[in-house]
Each structure stands twice: as structure tokens, then as C-alpha cells.
Design a protein around this ligand. Structure first.
Ligand code: G1P
Ligand code: ZN
Length: 544
């Protein structure tokens, strides 16, 4: 007999969601009531969900199974009518977004710490998405945080765990738990957007393709879509079995953790396209044969070529990028006469622009690209978009990049991360830089004159919200740019991100090595901010 009960609890003061939800060590989430407090705080801040549908799923990381059972029991006790949960508790982040939209659900809960390591000593995370399928806006996450600091009880049904290992329906109290195929609906959506025939023909013609699922959530999606539906050889998908520890790896599709496919792609006879996605399937890595594509460039190429895919044949309403993302897509928007919007870091800021129809495609420098088909970035979508473009243009990735730069100019770009630095030192660095802003604009440097220097703030024209303190921008008269901001997703200390960019017009120097092109700006970025002095670090931990 399952009975709802109310359990007394004490509030936590460390449940402030960052750029993409609440992210902490697994061990923190294992503490009694930690997850429960957050979930109840979310439910307490929502209205009108009695009898409604909630979508729940995660990337399969350690603690996913346990957290899902708790959430199901709490959703039942709080009065939801139905929960759609992915088989085995697995759903990629874009798949959750799609299921919410397709089923007109009230919202969804995603369990993931994205590209952070998993396992008992790794990270866990939770995020609430609203009825549009996108991450809750800041007004909601702020309210949830405020609630989590005063909450004194949560509701849960005292019952056995639900077996999530097969499709079908069961009940907790009055609430229906429907276990759905994790892949089917998402795969169906992809067939509506992309030219599956052209991509199948590409594979039939011997196109070399490798996708690294990193033992994370995208394995089953990749096998179904690339191998079963599009006919790529089975060996195209590697690390395709999801695992709670990500096979002991780190599901961050960058050049360090996806080195295997990077090395393969750099061989003269390597695959024509190598790609990877992260823990929860929303990020993408794109590498052509001997041609790495930066996420900022990938966004620009997609914006310029999306019309080659059936779902985008009518062209794009507009595009958007997060502030630190390079201006490559701005060049496309400008040349093609499309509106371009600049938003703060984090996917949630694209939501209103997608909902209003002002933009069709958007992206971030951190390997996130997506479109109006869902309200999350979407790793497999980006890979399919590239396959579609390659299938139609019948050129190599390198040829596409060269012709892109020759048409729109090139934005050399790199991000330097100083990880796990002392939080106070990092805060002091940002404050000191902010205090210098007035005298930095007009300042002449060996890398050019700084034309303007400011702290980025965003006014959302749709909900009237203003988001401040989103990073310091130094814009140079020659089109170069240096941006500084602190990460909102780290779990230990602070992470300082420095984004460095140089623009060369289409008749400029288009064939430089990135390090070479950016060298003077890199030196300057360290000096201006006193990175060494404030953080004790003379070099970044990761360069992407
Ligand atoms: C990072 C990325 C950002 C992305 C977020 C969630 O956030 O920089 O673009 O939206 O992860 O995937 P950050 O750690 O920089 O706050
Ligand atoms: Zn992710």
C-alpha cells in the first residue's frame, strides 16, 4: 500500500543552480534529503501541475537510478498525474526537451552533470525544464533557490521502487508511470529535419565516419540513427554502451578526452568525419579529416548551410550566439541579411528567442549547437546537420571550411581555462578588471587599440529581465576581442575562462595557425588581468 507522507527536513544554502542547474559531487547528493529538498523546492515554486505530465530522465551516470526513484515517488506525492520516464532511466537532454514538447507536458526533470566526470567520486546534477522544453528561466531558478533556503518539509510516497527495465505502464498511488523508449520519438524527429536518403547514400558511397558516444547517453541513439536507420557500419559508433562511470572516462567531447577520434581524424587516410557528444548528449565535437572545426565556426557553417537540410529549406529567421562565442556567425548573419542576437552564457537565454520565432539556430563556443526543433542544444542534431551538408555539397570538411572563410572571413579563436583556482583570487581578478574598465577603453596595446571595454549585461525584450555581470568584454578596433568570465558549472573552487579572438576579413591572412594568429592577444590577456598575480597560474589547464 503506497501512502504519501510528509517528511520534516532542514534547508540547505548551497542549492543555487548555476549555468545549467544544480551540480554537485555525487557524495553531496547522497546525503539524506539533499536531492529531496531541491526537488520539493522546484515543485513548491510551480503552480497548476495537479494531474499533469512530467518527463524524467538522465544520462545514466552514477546515482541516476536512485535519484529517479526518489523523484517518481515525490512527483506522485505532490500530485502529478503521469510521469514519462526513459527506459532504464535514460534520456538525453534534447530527448527530454522533445518529449516535453511532443506530449505537451507540464515540464521535465533532467538528471545530469553534462560533461563532468561521473562515478561515486564524480559529479551529479539536476535541472528543471518548463513546458516549452527548455531550462527554467532565471526567475524560476532564483525562486527555487530562495525556497531551498527555508523549506522545512517534503512530500514522498512510501512505496517500492518501480522497475524501469522494460516499456509499459505502472502506478505509484494515483500517478501513472509510463516507461517510454528512450530513442524512438527523438529519432523520428530527426527524420523530419534531415535528408536521410542523401546521408544513407553518402554512407553507401564509402564515406568514413566515427562517432564516440563516450560511454554516455548517446550510444543507443547513435546506433539506432547512424547505424540502423542510415546504414553506417556498426564500427562507426564507439564506446556506445552507457555506463554509470562512463567507462572510467570523462564524457567531455574535447581534444583531451576524445583524443582517440581526434588522432584518427588527423591521419591522412582517417575517417572523413569524426564526431562525439557529451554525458547527456547536448554537446558536439566535429572534426573533419585533418580539419578540426571550432564550435564557433561550426555554428557559422551550419547557419550558412542549414537550408540544405529539408527541415530548414525555407531559410532561417535569425541566429543567436552566447556572448563569448566568436563572431563567425555574425559574419554570416550580416552577409545573408539575418538578425543576430547576443545572449549570456547558458542555453536558457535562447529560449525566448526560439519561442518567439526570432531565431531558428543558435549556439555556444562550448560545443553547443541547436535549433528551434527542441529547447536544448543537441549533439546528434549537429552531427546530422554536418552529415547532411557534406552529403549535399559533396565536399570535404576542409574544403567547406576554406570556402567558408574565403566568403565570410575568419575568426581565429581559443578559450583558455584556468581550473579549480582559488575562488577569492578569481573574484578579486574580476573585480580589479571591472574597476579598470573606464581606463581600458581607448588603451593602445601591441595587439591593437581597445575600442570599448564593458561588463556584459543582457536585457530580455520578452520578459523584461536584465541579467548582469555576464563577463568582461574588451573589443578591439581591428575586430579582435578578449572576454573574461567565471564558470557557472564548476564544482570545486572557481574556473576562470578567457576567450581570445582575432578577425581576418576574406582578403586577409586566412591560413595561419591559431596559436600563431592569437599569440600577441594571449600574452595581453594574461597581463591585463594579472592572471598570474591573482591565481598563481602562469598557464591555462585546458585550451579549447
Ligand atoms: C559551460 C559553458 C556554457 C554552457 C554550460 C552548460 O558553462 O561555458 O557555454 O552553457 O557549460 O553546458 P560555464 O562553466 O562556462 O558557466
Ligand atoms: Zn551536456
Amino acid at each position: 500500500m503506497s501512502a504519501p507522507c510528509t517528511i520534516a527536513t532542514a534547508p540547505y544554502d548551497d542549492q543555487k543552480p548555476g549555468t545549467s542547474g544544480l551540480r554537485k559531487r555525487v557524495t553531496r547528493f547522497q546525503e539524506p534529503n539533499y536531492l529531496e529538498n531541491f526537488v520539493q523546492s522546484v515543485f513548491d515554486c510551480l503552480e497548476g501541475y495537479a494531474g499533469a505530465t512530467l518527463v524524467v530522465g538522465g544520462d545514466g551516470r552514477f546515482h541516476n537510478d536512485i535519484a529517479i526513484q526518489t523523484i517518481l515517488k515525490m512527483a506522485a506525492a505532490n500530485g502529478f498525474g503521469r510521469v514519462l520516464v526513459g527506459e532504464g532511466g535514460l534520456l538525453s537532454t534534447p530527448a527530454v526537451s522533445h518529449l516535453i514538447r511532443k506530449n505537451e507536458a507540464f515540464g521535465g526533470i533532467i538528471l545530469s552533470a553534462s560533461h563532468n566526470p561521473g562515478g561515486p567520486d564524480g559529479d551529479f546534477g539536476i535541472k528543471y525544464n518548463g513546458a516549452n522544453g527548455g531550462p527554467a528561466p532565471e526567475s524560476v531558478t532564483d525562486a527555487v533557490y530562495a525556497r531551498s533556503r527555508i523549506i522545512n518539509a517534503y512530500k514522498i510516497v512510501d512505496t517500492d521502487d518501480v522497475d524501469l527495465s522494460g516499456l509499459g505502464k505502472t502506478k505509484i498511488g494515483n500517478m501513472v508511470v509510463e516507461i517510454v523508449d528512450s530513442v524512438a520519438d527523438y529519432a523520428q524527429l530527426m527524420t523530419q529535419l534531415f535528408d536521410f536518403e542523401a546521408i544513407s547514400a553518402l554512407f553507401k558511397g564509402g564515406f568514413g565516419f566515427r562517432f564516440d558516444a563516450m560511454h554516455a547517453v548517446t550510444g543507443p541513439y547513435a546506433k539506432e540513427i547512424f547505424v540502423r536507420q542510415l546504414g553506417a557500419p556498426a564500427r562507426s559508433v564507439i564506446n556506445g554502451e552507457p555506463s554509470p562511470t562512463f567507462g572510467g572516462g570523462h564524457p567531455d567531447p574535447n581534444l583531451v578526452h576524445a583524443k582517440l577520434i581526434y588522432d584518427e581524424a588527423m591521419m591522412p587516410d582517417g575517417p572523413h568525419l569524426c564526431a562525439a557528444s557529451d554525458g547527456d548528449g547536448d554537446r558536439n565535437l566535429i572534426i573533419g579529416r585533418q580539419c578540426f572545426v571550432t564550435p564557433s565556426d561550426s555554428l557559422a557553417v551550419i547557419a550558412a548551410n542549414a537550408h540544405l537540410a529539408p527541415g530548414y529549406a525555407d531559410g532561417l529567421a535569425g541566429v543567436a550566439r552566447s556572448m563569448p562565442t566568436s563572431g563567425a556567425v555574425d559574419q554570416v548573419a550580416h552577409a545573408e541579411g539575418m538578425p543576430m542576437f547576443e545572449t549570456p552564457t547558458g542555453w536558457k537565454f535562447f529560449g525566448n528567442l526560439l519561442d518567439s520565432g526570432d531565431i531558428t539556430i543558435c549556439g555556444e563556443e562550448s560545443a553547443g549547437t541547436g535549433s528551434s526543433h527542441v529547447r536544448e542544444k543537441d549533439g546528434l542534431w549537429a552531427v546530422l546537420m554536418w552529415l547532411n551538408i557534406l552529403a549535399v555539397r559533396k565536399q570535404s570538411v576542409a574544403e567547406i571550411m576554406d570556402s567558408h572563410w574565403a566568403k565570410y572571413g575568419r575568426n581565429y579563436y581559443a578559450r583558455h581555462d584556468f581550473e579549480e583556482v582559488d575562488a577569492k583570487g578569481a573574484g578579486d581578478l574580476m573585480n580589479s578588471l571591472e574597476a579598470q574598465l573606464p581606463k581600458l577603453s581607448g588603451h593602445e596595446t601591441p595587439a591593437g587599440t581597445i575600442q570599448s571595454a564593458d561588463m556584459f549585461a543582457y536585457y530580455d525584450q520578452f520578459d523584461g529581465s536584465v541579467t548582469e555581470g555576464q563577463g568582461i568584454r574588451l573589443l578591439f578596433a581591428n575586430g579582435s576581442r578578449i572576454v573574461y568570465r567565471l564558470s557557472g558549472t564548476g564544482t570545486v573552487g572557481a574556473t576562470l575562462r578567457v576567450y581570445i579572438e582575432r578577425y581576418e576579413a576574406k582578403d586577409g591572412a586566412l591560413d595561419l595557425k591559431t596559436e600563431e594568429a592569437l599569440a600577441p592577444l594571449i600574452v595581453l590577456s594574461r597581463e591585463l588581468a594579472g592572471i598570474d598575480r591573482f591565481t598563481g597560474r602562469s598557464a591555462p589547464d585546458v585550451i579549447t
